[in-house]
Ligand binder design. Structure first.
Ligand SMILES: NC(=O)c1ccc[n+]([C@@H]2O[C@H](COP(=O)([O-])OP(=O)(O)OC[C@H]3O[C@@H](n4cnc5c(N)ncnc54)[C@H](OP(=O)(O)O)[C@@H]3O)[C@@H](O)[C@H]2O)c1
Length: 300
């Protein structure tokens, strides 16, 4: 039966306890009902038997026949049963209710402290982000990416093309700067990018990355990079999506092909971004596709 399965993911332990309690109550009431029915049938039968086999017209109290004694004794038992089901159980039920209430209060307290911790974390992030914008008003946060015509940037945590000139372009722009990336992008690379300060964003609190600073939010990453006049956000899809709102510039290599993938660059909203330069390159033996370097600046 579903209710009896303690491992059921649909029902937690308290619900199960409640159901089991209700089932036990129904059972005890049913038993009392059967007892009552047996008592009625048994009493009538024994009184009839008494009438038929053992009738005496004039009886003193002590001379009452066996059926009267049996019925009286049984009635006492029935009353005792009734007392157990309705009176005694009421007290036990109260105790149970108290326990449940205590449990509920404990659970609520845990939830409250979780919410508190979450709020404190958010407040810290907001404070850090305010601190960042105050301390570094002139920095040019730049998002750098290569995306196909259909905005694909990667597949199976790998890059999907070989474009030698784009790699060079990336290296030239980011050299000496902070490069901020998602944990998956970091893991897609053989090692941290040399001649740059690598910052990895992850939700994992105990994550370790060789030759890289590990942080738990984009705001923390930007705070780490506050000394850099142009920190770069280098991907992947999740981090681009997270960062695009708070970025000042986009260096986008548009690869002129339509390709399948599982990581995407967000759509560029031309109401918010102005194309300020472009430079087309053509396919050759070192570059798998035609592509264009675009620079967009955030419209102030
Ligand atoms: N074409 C390009 O220009 C380019 C550039 C870079 C990457 N790529 C490609 O992009 C793909 C990887 O992109 P992706 O979207 O799968 O992963 P990603 O953005 O590199 O990393 C995602 C991870 O970042 C962490 N993260 C995301 N949001 C967070 C937040 N709000 N707070 C804290 N941590 C957060 C999480 O790490 P945890 O799971 O550890 O918590 C999450 O799993 C790969 O195929 C790569 O080759 C392409």
């Amino acid at each position: 039966m579903l209710f009896k399965n303690k491992n059921s993911s649909n029902i937690n332990e308290d619900q199960l306890a409640l159901i089991e309690y209700a089932q036990a109550r129904i059972k005890s009431k049913k038993k009392l009902f059967y007892h009552f029915s047996f008592f009625i049938i048994g009493s009538i039968t024994s009184l009839l038997a008494n009438l038929v086999f053992d009738y005496k017209s004039e009886l003193t109290f002590l001379e009452y026949s066996w059926s009267y004694w049996l019925c009286s004794l049984w009635l006492l038992l029935l009353l005792f049963h009734l007392f157990n089901v309705y009176v005694k159980n009421k007290f036990i039920g109260k105790k149970w209710e108290k326990e449940q209430l205590k449990k509920l209060v404990e659970k609520q307290q845990i939830k409250i402290s979780e919410i508190k911790a979450e709020l404190e974390k958010e407040a810290r992030i907001i404070a850090e982000s305010e601190l960042y914008s105050q301390k570094n008003p002139k920095s040019l946060v730049t998002l750098i990416a290569a995306a196909s015509e259909n905005n694909v940037i990667g597949k199976d945590n790998k890059l999907i093309w070989h474009l030698s000139d784009d790699l060079k372009h990336f290296k030239d722009l980011t050299k000496g700067h902070f490069v901020i990336m998602g944990r998956k992008t970091f893991e897609s690379m053989p090692k941290a990018l040399p001649n740059r300060t690598n910052v990895v964003i992850t939700r994992k609190l105990d994550y370790k990355a060789e030759n890289a600073i590990v942080v738990n939010s984009l705001e923390q990453a930007l705070l780490e990079a506050k000394s850099d006049k142009q920190p770069f956000i280098i991907g992947g899809g999740e981090i681009y999506k997270l960062a695009i709102e708070n970025t000042d510039r986009i260096e986008l290599t548009r690869v002129h092909t339509t390709i399948e993938g599982d990581a995407f660059f967000p759509e560029i909203n031309t109401n918010l971004w102005q194309e300020v330069s472009s430079e087309k390159r053509f396919k050759d033996d070192k570059n798998e596709y035609d592509f264009t370097f675009y620079r967009y600046n955030k419209i102030k």
